[in-house]
Write a protein that binds this ligand. Structure first.
Ligand SMILES: [Mg+2]
Length: 175
């Protein structure tokens, strides 16, 4: 059960992941959670690092698609300045949103990666969708109430994972 939450990679921030690292692992598209992965509630326009990273992916021809549990109006508003395609109401941890984004691009499971900051939504959904995953550190540590409940359970998951996979830790890049 606990291995359903195990990320493929753990990287402190998504900006560390370069197009070359993705290509070397056969990854042709990146799916990303929105809140606390790409943008923080207190900085909805995104940081200069995010924009630089997004341009790098764009130049490399690697699509970036937001897969979020939020509603369409909320995501559309959040992404106003970033201009990214998205799947709303993804119902993570169900795999539906990831599957939808993947089929829209016509890619196989091994050709996409899902990035997110939560074990219970993002990592579990990746596992159920059969795609590789990258766990990032949340951009800010103050969460919405529903996320705080998840964080409570995540503490148990983290402890169990650390026990089962002592070799797992945050790395500076995809290895
Ligand atoms: Mg999140």
């Amino acid at each position: 059960m606990i291995k359903q939450f195990k990320p493929t990679w753990m990287i402190p921030a998504i900006y560390n992941v370069t197009p070359a690292q993705l290509r070397a692992r056969g990854i042709k598209a990146v799916f990303a959670d929105l809140d606390n992965t790409l943008i923080a509630w207190n900085n909805p326009d995104g940081t200069p690092e995010l924009k630089k990273w997004m341009h790098g992916l764009q130049d490399a021809g690697i699509p970036l698609v937001v897969v979020s549990n939020n509603s369409e109006p909320r995501i559309a508003k959040a992404l106003e300045k970033l201009d990214l395609p998205f799947v709303s109401r993804a119902l993570k941890p169900l795999p539906l949103g990831i599957g939808k984004a993947r089929k829209q691009l016509g890619l196989r499971r091994e050709e996409v990666v899902m990035v997110g900051d939560q074990y219970i939504t993002d990592m579990w959904a990746s596992h159920l969708a059969g795609v590789r995953s990258i766990l990032v550190r949340p951009l800010v540590t103050t969460d919405a109430w529903n996320t705080r409940i998840n964080r409570f359970f995540e503490r148990f998951i983290k402890v169990r994972l650390a026990h089962l996979y002592p070799e797992m830790h945050f790395q500076e890049e995809l290895k």
